[in-house]
Design a protein around this ligand. Structure first.
Ligand code: PRX
Length: 654
């Protein structure tokens, strides 16, 4: 190990802190520690700092209305998110600045200036209106990482139609379930796209979803990505034809109430079906704009790259809304990180002189595995700040990122948040705080977050507990603000009463240290985090039990070097069915019902599942078998004889 690596290892193992470089502090958007105190002393009014980064059509009367649910952030305010992301930059001298830089999968690239993006968004907004979309209608967007996706999002925002982006890799069933649940009658999709050089026929998946829907779709817009001639039905429209029909049209941005929904997004939880989260126009936009400024340190002159997919919340908040509201250049990358070569990401950073890079620990672990020779081939000195999100980052990966990508010159922000929080909640402020690899940091200024035990009592430093948010925050979704079941009425049973008789249980385990830094310990519910993507075990189980011949299934996570966690399925077959042909069928069924990333890495056939006397599957035991851990207390088990068989079956499969 080279000397500097040894140094770093010693510092890490001692849990030592690393100061942000002074060159960074000097230019940081936030560099005064007093910001924490200012928010604490003047809460919630200090959140006006976030609200005032936006342009309002009607100024808000109060930063936070309601001292119990429903909470109304920026109450009385009216605004338009598209106006804030586009129109206001035209007057601020940014009309010829690049807003969106797209790098396509086949090596193509396309840039849109703020003026060009404004024009295309207006034309598409006019087209949507023409197709019958009215304020409040939900428009589903089912597209890969192509510029038409953010264009469609902003066009929806312009006319006050909440968008529902469905990850392009999801299957027809998953699309249909979301459209049905949201009552969405409009769909924007594309003919197809390329994955690893082979075309995926997205339109076919969309057609299949339409067949499954409980209701009719009024209009479908199809973006031509593959360049093939796609035959269109009467209620289907080509994207380019629509733009051409509305060339030069401008659409006035609709003034939306701060609490009106900007979009819906579905995420996995403990229930069998994904649940919809509705984010607001004012609070959400203020939260993501403020954190893009305070945590990602984005400046309008920057070129910024978040490598997430827009199909997830990270892409909504930190590819589209936050960065565009700040008038920066945001990159959109459709390709794979190893195509044409494993230096692709670093080549893109060098070529585009990227200032800020935000990615996931799973990607960092993959880059580490490929080796530092790839980043070393490139000049990465344009980088100023690095970020991660989606899952805990282990100190070794943190160190590699800091050293080999940031050259020890860039702070690393480990940002903890969720689909439900809309924007970042726990992170260091890179111009203020020291960094502790492996620990996300303190709650951001103005955020009330703490770690409690099952009774809702704060735990001592170093003890594990549940991460709860004790104060409302601007990016909170509508259901939570309105208290549709988000009160602490489940574990932990007693809310931590700081300001309100209210708290949000994040379903994450965590520990806090003497300095208030929070280390995340993973989900405490039945959610599996594969490469930073959430899947409920019940969703996957129900796809498996739909397969003919499957009697029962239980899904657990297993640790995985690159993905963080992988999906492992234990399956019992009905009498008379053979294992081998069903293994592929089961994997295909999950791929079809949910999507390729949810497919189990291993299917373990077992004659029975371990059950408690009350008939509940003992997942803890299944996880322990998968991890090769001590099996612990099995006295609650009704069928202890199954344990030996499970271990044998597991070993036989791995
Ligand atoms: O378990 C936490 C993990 O990801 C979950 C949220 O997933 P999702 O809603 O898909 O949003 C991902 C992007 C914000 C959390 O409950 N998670 C997210 N960020 C971190 C994390 N775990 C540890 N450290 C993080 N920085």
């Amino acid at each position: 190990m080279p000397a500097d690596d040894e140094d770093m290892e010693t510092r890490l193992s001692a849990g030592e802190c690393i100061d942000p470089p002074s060159s960074f502090r000097q230019q940081a958007n936030l560099s005064d520690e007093a910001v924490y105190e200012e928010f604490a002393a003047d809460w919630p009014d200090a959140w006006a700092r976030a609200g005032d980064r936006l342009d309002w059509d009607t100024e808000y009367d109060r930063v936070l209305g309601g001292d119990r649910p429903p909470f109304r952030w920026f109450e009385g305010g009216r605004l338009n998110a598209c106006y804030n992301c586009l129109d206001r930059h035209l007057d601020a001298g940014r009309k010829n600045k690049v807003a969106l830089k797209w790098e396509g999968r086949l090596g193509e690239s396309r840039s849109y200036t703020y003026l060009e993006l404004y024009r295309e968004v207006n034309q598409f907004a006019a087209a949507l209106r023409d197709l019958g979309v009215e304020e409040g209608d939900v428009v589903t967007l089912y597209m890969p990482m192509i510029p038409e996706l953010p264009v469609a999002m902003l066009a929806c925002a312009r006319i006050g139609a909440p968008h529902l982006v469905v990850f392009a890799g999801f299957a027809a069933d998953a699309l249909a379930m979301r459209m049905d649940s949201a009552g969405s009658e409009y769909l924007v999709t594309c003919d197809g796209y390329y994955r690893r050089g082979t075309p995926v026929h997205q339109k076919n998946k969309a057609d299949n979803a339409r067949i499954e829907l409980d209701h009719d779709v009024d209009a479908t817009v199809v973006v031509d990505r593959l360049g093939d001639e796609t035959p269109l039905d009467d209620d289907e429209y080509g994207y380019r034809d629509l733009l051409a029909a509305h060339r030069g049209t401008e659409v006035d941005p609709v003034h939306r109430d701060a609490s009106d929904p900007l979009f819906l997004i579905y995420t996995s939880g403990t229930t069998g079906e994904p649940t919809g989260v509705r984010h607001t126009t004012g609070g959400y936009l203020a939260h993501v704009t403020w954190t893009s400024h305070a945590v990602l340190d984005i400046k309008s002159e920057d070129t910024y790259w978040c490598s997430a997919d827009i199909g997830w919340i990270t892409g909504h908040s930190y590819i589209v809304y936050g960065p565009l509201a700040l008038g920066t250049t945001t990159m959109l990358y459709e390709g794979a990180p190893d195509h044409p070569e494993k230096d692709r990401v670093w080549e893109l950073i060098e070529r585009n002189a990227v200032d800020v890079f935000y990615t996931a620990p799973t990607a960092i672990r993959t880059f580490m595995k490929w080796g530092e020779q790839y980043p070393e081939q490139h000049d990465l000195s344009s980088l100023r700040l690095l970020g991660t999100v989606g899952e805990p980052i282990n100190p070794r990966a943190w160190k590699w990122y800091y050293e080999h990508i940031g050259g020890e010159e860039c702070p690393v922000v480990d940002t903890w948040w969720q689909t439900e929080t809309g924007g970042m909640i726990v992170s260091t402020l890179p111009g203020v705080d020291e960094m502790k690899p492996g620990s996300a940091g303190r709650p951001l200024p103005g955020i009330g977050a703490t770690v409690v035990d099952a009774d809702g009592t704060r735990v001592d430093p170093g003890e594990a507990g549940y991460l709860v948010l004790t104060d409302p925050w601007p990016g909170m979704p509508l259901s939570m603000a309105e208290n549709e079941g988000w009160f602490v009425d489940r574990e932990p049973t007693r809310p931590v009463l700081d300001r309100f008789d209210w708290a949000y249980f994040s379903e994450d385990g965590a520990a806090v240290d003497e300095d208030g830094y929070i280390t995340l310990l993973g989900r405490v519910d039945d959610v599996i985090n594969v490469s930073g993507h959430r899947f409920g075990t019940m969703e996957i189980e129900s796809a498996i039990t739909d397969v003919e011949g499957v009697a029962e299934a239980a899904v657990v996570s297993a640790p995985h070097d690159l993905k963080g966690q992988s999906v492992l399925a234990y399956v019992c077959l009905a009498e008379g069915y053979d294992e081998e042909p069903l293994r592929d069928t089961i994997q295909d069924a999950v791929g079809t019902a949910i999507g390729p990333i949810a497919v189990p890495d291993a299917v373990v056939f077992t004659p029975d599942l371990p059950k408690t006397r009350s008939g509940k599957i003992m997942r803890r035991l299944l996880s322990s078998v998968a991890r090769g851990e001590e099996l612990g207390d099995m006295s609650a088990l009704r069928n202890p004889e199954i344990v030996g068989e499970l271990e044998t079956a597991f070993d036989g499969n791995n």
